[in-house]
Write a protein that binds this ligand. Structure first.
Ligand code: PEP
Length: 248
């Protein structure tokens, strides 16, 4: 399988209609990118964003979905609904969902299954807390989250993995390149164990946590890093564009 690198932006709960000018700017600048670009705006903007990116290669994604396709789940949005609105991917198991909404890996796996059934790429997030990092538990935490969050049927085509240390998200702190390389190599070896060496190579492993134009190139040069999931620096095209360029 041809594995293209991926620059993914997570706008979180930020953005109203005027913010779509940032997406328009990315569409205008990155006409024939050699990497994949994914923008995940809030759900309210997905349909408009999909319209703006329709004639470009930029994919639009969501930030969460329900595990069921439909039903009595007030306020929730299903994977088929996201696909219908124009999404091609969905972030699942972001640490803010795991922490603020008590999402377990088991639930993330059910959501990933729903995403796959709706032909959405599941972008599954994993990451340790600072206490876990300092307690030398990082690899155990990642192993548990990885094993629990990927449903049967997971492939490198329908799933992307993002390693996002919780203590690095929105803090300006980043792990050392050695620490990033260690966790990414570990994730790849666990994917080898479960899916086989050939299949494991198909997965794109993103790093996320305070990626900025200033540190993107060195992070992307780290082995087993196939791109980034970017929060704050994806909100403005002037910040996200150089990150995309660093990946190309
Ligand atoms: C994120 O929330 O996925 C993230 C990586 O945020 P930031 O880039 O702002 O640290």
């Amino acid at each position: 399988m041809m594995k293209r690198k991926l620059a993914a932006g997570n706008w979180k709960m930020n953005g109203t209609t005027p913010s779509l000018a940032e997406l328009q700017a990315l569409v205008s600048v990155h006409k024939t990118p050699s990497v994949d670009i994914l923008i995940c705006p809030p759900a309210t903007l997905i349909a408009q964003a999909a319209g703006i990116s329709a004639d470009s290669t930029i994919m639009i994604g969501a930030q969460d979905c329900h595990a069921a396709a439909s039903g009595a789940h007030t306020g929730d949005i299903s994977a088929p609904m996201l696909a219908d609105a124009g999404a091609g991917a969905v972030i699942l198991g972001h640490s803010e969902r795991r922490e603020n909404h008590n999402e377990t890996s088991d639930l993330v796996a059910k959501k990933a299954l729903a995403a796959h059934a709706a032909s959405l790429i599941a972008l599954v997030c994993l990451g340790e807390t600072l206490a876990q990092r300092e307690g030398a538990q990082t690899l155990d935490v990642i192993a548990d989250q990885l094993a629990g969050s990927l449903p049967d049927g997971t492939t490198g085509a329908n799933t992307v993995i993002a390693y996002e240390p919780i203590w690095a998200i929105g803090t300006g702190l980043t792990p050392s390149l050695e620490q990033i390389g260690e966790v990414h190599a570990f994730i790849r070896s666990r994917l080898d164990d479960r899916f086989g060496a050939g299949a494991a190579q198909d997965f794109r492993l993103l790093y996320g946590g305070s990626v900025k134009p200033e540190n993107a190139a060195e992070i992307f040069a780290t082995s087993n890093v196939d791109g980034a999931l970017v929060g704050g620096a994806s909100l403005k095209a002037d910040d996200f564009s150089p990150i995309i360029n660093a990946l190309e």
